[in-house]
Unconditional design. Structure first.
Length: 138
């Protein structure tokens, strides 16, 4: 006697809908995280632009023997380079009395990265601030 059992082949509609729902939930979580990740990666160009001026300000403080401040260590003065023109994702880099402010282009929400020197007997330390902190990019 032959069995009249039906052999199931493939997936049911419910199983397929569950898989689609799971993929949708994962995509809803992953896409915003990816966007933040790519913006952080782009913002490193702004951070790197400021780093070049950091060593120039340190040399200015030491050569000029400025003690506990960096007065005069500004763009195009005392060995600090002139402010560059906008390029890539960097809108501007300004140095005023040792404080370095790098501003990003619109692609990185025009956020700023600010480095402020503190001169002590043990050396120069740098504090990071700017709108990139609240934007979560630095």
């Amino acid at each position: 006697m032959r069995s009249l059992q039906k052999v199931q082949k493939g997936f049911t509609l419910i199983e397929l809908m569950i898989v689609v729902a799971i993929i949708g939930i994962l995509a809803a979580i992953a896409i915003p995280q990816y966007a933040t990740y790519t913006k952080k990666a782009k913002f490193t160009e702004v951070v790197n632009a400021a780093q070049g001026f950091k060593s120039q300000v340190e040399v200015c403080i030491q050569v000029e023997n400025l003690g506990a401040n960096a007065t005069g260590c500004s763009n195009d003065a005392k060995g600090v380079a002139a402010a560059p023109t906008a390029y890539g994702l960097v809108a501007s880099v300004a140095v005023a009395n040792g404080i370095i402010t790098a501003t990003g282009a619109a692609a990185v929400d025009s956020l700023t990265f600010v480095l402020t020197p503190t001169v002590a007997a043990s050396g120069i330390t740098w504090a990071v601030s700017g709108t990139c902190k609240t934007g979560g990019l630095c």
